[in-house]
Design a protein around this ligand. Structure first.
Ligand code: WQD
Length: 337
């Protein structure tokens, strides 16, 4: 089986994808600068699969390091690129950090990969490229609006860069996967989400409130025109997101040179409100969650959930886990921390 390069492979979605790739029989090599992860994640991967992926610790901004890496691993022609910063709020405060870390590193990596005979490239994209879509559920053809944050813009720009390379280089095949809201943890509870500092995202904040690490969850607004006034999102189990990456790389391996960028939404197709996620936690954890309704959060969109028919029919992939199963997996993981 071919070797797969996974950049950001010790991150949240990256580590779950490495496990899924190894379980599908692929050999994996990880590049990670450990800016948002630790070597404990590598131990977690090994404890699940029994197979230690190769790991090189450097930053993709260091172009000479990429060149050395690709000389050493000259058999790599399949890449899944996760390495990026992903905190929406932080990107508004520090746009240059995001343009450097998400765009500059992507260009450095692509410049080196573009020299190779042929490349299959999977790009970690995001539903944030849609902004507040006018029509639900959101399809891949939904108009791309001006993203609400520099983070979202880096995903839009990233897709554009890759699409242009596919047009210019007939040996460059790519798929962009637009994640909706990945949540949960591996069923073994040996790897999961490791937010640094105060969690910005809903589910890790709920989990930390559940174990008493946080006093109370703030629900950002309940005056939206939705069934209970709180925002709607498409919460997808991270293991479902990981399995889609295995199917996507297999598609590129099998389809030969088509040299175009295919784009797929990764969601469950079901929208859940914030309060429905809170209730899911209370159900699976069998305990009340301490929360209060506060003001809306700047930049939040009201509703986003996916039309997944394209991934269902073309990739033959469909999310398997329910919201309760994803929330339970996050809870089991939180209790190990
Ligand atoms: C979800 C809902 C909040 C925290 C994320 C990622 C982004 C992208 C899309 C991958 C919103 C509400 C949250 C809290 C709350 N994913 N909330 N109290 O904003 O959809 O963005 O998914 O690329 O990178 O950040 O997710 O979990 O921050 O918020 O009420 O303490 O929960 O208002 O409605 P979001 P989120």
């Amino acid at each position: 089986m071919p070797k797969i390069l996974v950049t950001g492979g010790l991150g949240y979605i990256g580590s779950h994808t490495v496990v899924a790739l190894q379980e599908a029989g692929f050999k994996v090599v990880i590049i990670d600068n450990l800016s948002n992860s630790t070597l404990k994640v590598l131990e977690g991967i090994v404890s699940i699969t029994g197979v230690k992926p190769e790991f090189e610790n450097f930053d993709l901004k260091e172009k000479n390091k990429i060149q050395e890496f690709l000389q050493k691993h000259d058999d790599i022609s399949n890449v899944i690129h996760f390495a990026a910063s992903k905190a929406v709020g932080e990107s508004v405060e520090k746009p240059l950090l995001y343009y450097e870390n998400n765009i500059n590193t992507l260009v450095c990596l692509l410049q080196e990969l573009n020299k190779k005979e042929s490349i299959n490239f999977i790009f970690s994209s995001s539903c944030t490229v849609y902004g507040q879509a006018d029509v639900m559920p959101i399809t891949e053809e939904s108009p791309i609006k001006q993203a609400e944050s520099p983070y979202g813009k880096t995903k839009q720009i990233g897709e554009t860069i890759i699409a242009d390379i596919c047009k210019a280089n007939k040996k460059f095949n790519a798929i962009a996967l637009r994640y909706f809201n990945p949540i949960g943890a591996h069923k073994s509870a040996k790897i999961g989400e490791l937010p640094t500092g105060v969690p910005q995202n809903l589910v890790p904040y709920i989990m930390q409130t559940g174990v008493g690490k946080r006093k109370q969850l703030s629900v950002f607004g309940n005056n939206y025109p939705t069934k209970d006034g709180t925002c709607i999102r498409d919460y997808i189990h991270v293991e479902d997101v990981a399995s889609a990456h295995v199917i996507a790389i297999q598609r590129l391996l099998n389809k030969g040179n088509k040299s175009n960028l295919e784009i797929f939404n990764l969601g469950t197709g079901k929208g859940s409100t914030v309060l429905e996620v809170v209730k899911s936690f209370e159900r699976v954890a069998n305990q009340k969650l301490n929360y209060k309704i506060v003001e809306r959060r700047q930049g939040d969109i009201m509703s986003a959930y996916a039309d997944t028919s394209k991934a269902n029919t073309i990739l033959g992939w469909k999310a398997k886990f329910t919201l309760d199963e994803a929330i339970l997996s996050a809870w089991k993981w939180q209790k190990t921390l």
